[in-house]
Design a protein around this ligand. Structure first.
Ligand code: MN
Length: 242
């Protein structure tokens, strides 16, 4: 079988339609998937043929963005909740659930990790404390660097090959209770959940940090995309043989 034939397609969920009638997604996600030898396919919300869209991809990348509507996880509205998009929530939660059911490799980043959690019945903190003395998970309009401790024995720890990594962080929400089947596999120094993985699934990982921001220069962060796209390639091969 030619290499070209097995180049796996990675669906990358985009932001919802904005006020200027645009769908958009960060180019760094696309770059990281391409470096991992995946073929990026952008997945905008509002798709009526969602199942057909799913049939065309070998991996699902859930990207960062605005907050999930707290109503999706029986949470409370908070004055700092921003960027809620009902259409994007609807699409991405459905995609995440389908990926779990189909054993389709899925990588959730920041909002994407939260979407994966909510899709499996988990809940979120609507707003993390950002006062003096608190570990910062974002700065005004930009990311911050903080350490993340990986849980020994987890697949993510094995994959990244380190007990502690430095990550780009840009979030004000986090996982509160984990969804069905998810295991907590990383924490920030303040105890905030920074990664989850789904047991019994080939590859369903959610990271609260932004690996795409440093993956070009940090091989540890790129390894996450390489492993994800590698699983997508295995998924593609299994589908083509069945
Ligand atoms: Mn963080």
């Amino acid at each position: 079988m030619s290499q070209r034939h097995v180049l796996p397609t990675v669906g990358i969920a985009t932001r919802g339609r904005d006020k200027r009638e645009r769908f958009s997604v960060g180019a760094l996600y696309v770059d990281a998937v391409r470096r991992a030898r995946g073929l990026p396919i952008l997945l905008p919300p509002e798709e009526p043929a969602l199942e057909t869209m799913l049939d065309r991809i070998d991996g699902l990348l859930l990207t960062g963005g605005g907050d999930v509507d707290p109503a999706r996880y029986q949470g409370a509205m908070h004055e700092r909740v921003y960027g809620v998009d009902a259409s994007r929530d609807e699409t991405e939660i459905a995609l995440a659930r389908a990926a779990v059911e189909r054993s389709l490799p899925v990588l959730g980043i920041c909002r994407g990790a939260q979407v994966l959690n909510v899709a499996l019945g988990g809940t979120l903190f609507e707003h993390l404390p950002e006062g003096e003395g608190e570990l910062l998970h974002r700065a005004r309009g930009k990311s911050v660097l903080h350490a993340v401790h990986l849980v020994s024995g987890s697949r993510l720890r094995t994959l990244l090959g380190k007990d502690e990594i430095v990550t780009h962080s840009y979030h004000h929400q986090a996982i509160r209770s984990v969804g069905r089947g998810l295991e907590v596999v990383a924490h920030a120094p303040d105890g905030v959940i920074e990664a989850v993985e789904l047991s019994g699934h080939p590859f369903a990982v959610g990271v609260q940090w932004h690996p795409e921001m440093s993956a070009q220069t940090d091989p540890t962060q790129q390894r996450l995309f390489d492993a994800f796209v590698g699983e997508a390639a295995r998924f593609a091969l299994a589908i083509s043989r069945s």
